[in-house]
Design a binder for this molecule. Structure first.
Ligand code: AMP
Ligand code: ZN
Length: 462
């Protein structure tokens, strides 16, 4: 059974679906104003892994990930991200939104993310957001002021439970910066906008509402979409760690009063990807896109393998060296699987499958799962045919397209090089490093460059 760290409960818990046999997952998706960098993309890996583990255990997965194409303010500048970028590029916000959404989906596919059941767009959910806002006013959790509607933060007793914040300790501006005109409309500094009627002039991205023309607030989007598409009892809600506050805290305060219960059963958050030791962020400029990785001749799934080498709740620092190493390791694994495929089939090595599944079940312990896979690769007691069947089965969890080279002729090598590679592998397994170094030099002399990975030797032709 899958166990995950629940941010609100602050412990690892069993994931027991509300509806037997079905696991519902809602993930906060991209704001589609600029291409998602690989940091953003890391935050979409662990919901994919949760889905894969759930499917492994026979559950039907209902996965929804939204597309924010209106209403997301930049926390530092206070500008609407979509509108500001549209002005910079001289395009309409929706033109940019559709372009970036298509890129996001293509990147997800290249990273082996299984498709979502739905990718609802904020602009197509405005009526539901308005209806929910009206309901919150009716319930006494929100108030209208100057053409905007504000959530009364103090009206929700358990505000702060997800992020461990106390409402009386929140600074003014903790929920993002607003103009002084908007700030003056609020009763309390921690209140946030459900509807914003001030400062929006672009007809194309404003909407009619009972409070006049304006735009929805960001947090209400995820409440409206998750309730509409997944119902009022959702097993798991995911997002990057930065979304704990205010986004998820506010979402919970909006959804629960409308549903009359705790809608989200488990909040699960992933840590950030760093680059140069700092959070990868568009505003910092230390961004790497998946297209940059491909331009360097690396496989996009090398990024996935690199992500898997760190636990999703730890920060991980991206370097080109680490991505290149992951790319080599992936090539090694795929070549081995193709070689094993040539041997007579043999039963799956159940002990390895159990170890890998146990690692995934244990709060998605992907480093342990990869370590078990590496042991399988090296284990002389398991026949190649059995290794093949085991790898095929486990790739449902890893998602690394390990079978890619099966049935393809092995790449051409200079005469004698294949034998030397095999000899070197044996020497390394026996820790005979003098022989392995001599063979590496001999291979280099005939144009075969060898590098070592946790799963064996990678080689390229010079
Ligand atoms: P955005 O497009 O900015 O709304 O972000 C989309 C998702 O990416 C959110 O879940 C963020 O928490 C996440 N995110 C942003 N920066 C990073 C990062 N450096 N590492 C991991 N996730 C991130
Ligand atoms: Zn969200």
């Amino acid at each position: 059974m899958l166990r995950l760290y629940d941010t609100r409960l602050r412990e690892v818990v069993d994931i027991v679906p509300v509806k037997p046999g079905i696991l519902s997952i809602y993930a906060c998706g991209p704001t589609v104003y600029k291409p998602q960098h690989v940091g953003n993309l890391r935050s979409s890996l662990f919901p994919d892994l949760i889905g894969r583990v759930a499917s492994w255990h026979g559950l039907q997965v209902r996965f929804v990930q939204n597309i924010t194409d209106v209403g997301h303010l930049d926390e530092e500048s206070g500008e609407d991200k979509m509108i500001a970028e549209a002005q910079r590029r001289g395009l309409s916000p929706l033109e940019i939104a559709r372009e970036i959404e298509a890129l996001f989906k293509a990147d997800g596919e290249a990273l082996g993310y299984r498709p979502a059941m739905a990718h609802p767009r904020a602009t197509e959910y405005v009526p539901q957001m308005i209806a929910m806002t009206e309901k919150l006013i009716e319930l006494g959790h929100a108030y209208e002021s100057g053409g905007s509607v504000w959530y009364d933060a103090r009206s929700f007793d358990s505000y702060g439970e997800v992020s461990n914040n106390r409402i009386d300790e929140l600074d003014a501006g903790a929920s993002g910066r607003l103009s002084s005109e908007e700030e003056s409309l609020k009763r309390f500094h921690a209140d946030w906008a459900l509807w914003r009627g001030v400062g929006f002039t672009d007809e194309a991205v404003t909407f009619d509402s009972p409070w006049g023309r304006g735009v929805p607030g960001w947090h209400i989007e995820c409440s409206a979409m998750s309730l509409d598409l997944l119902g009022d009892a959702i097993d798991i809600h995911t997002g990057g760690i930065d979304l704990r506050f205010p986004h998820h805290e506010d979402e919970r305060a909006q959804s629960n009063p409308v549903a009359g219960k705790d809608v989200i059963h488990h909040w699960v958050h992933g840590e950030h990807l760093l680059s140069d030791g700092k959070k990868m962020a568009k505003s910092t400029g230390n961004v790497v896109l998946l297209s940059d990785v491909v331009e360097r001749g690396l496989d996009p799934l090398a990024v996935r393998l690199f992500f898997l080498t760190a636990h999703y709740r730890t920060q991980s620092n991206l370097t080109w060296k680490a991505l290149e190493d992951a790319d080599k390791r992936l090539q090694v694994l795929r070549r081995k699987v193709a070689e094993w495929a040539e041997s007579p089939s043999a039963p799956v090595a159940d002990a390895y499958v159990e170890r890998v599944v146990a690692a995934f079940d244990d709060d998605l312990s992907t480093p342990a799962a990869l370590a078990a896979l590496s042991e399988l690769v090296r284990d002389p007691a398991v026949s190649p045919g059995s290794k093949f069947e085991t790898a095929v089965k486990l790739d449902r969890l890893f998602g690394l397209d390990l079978m890619r080279h099966v049935g393809q002729p092995p790449p051409a090598l200079p005469a004698g090089a294949r034998e030397k590679l095999a000899e070197r592998e044996t020497a390394r397994a026996a820790k005979d490093f003098a022989t392995s170094d001599r063979l590496r030099d001999e291979l280099a002399a005939v144009g075969v460059k060898v590098a070592d990975t946790p799963d064996g030797q990678a080689w390229t032709l010079a």
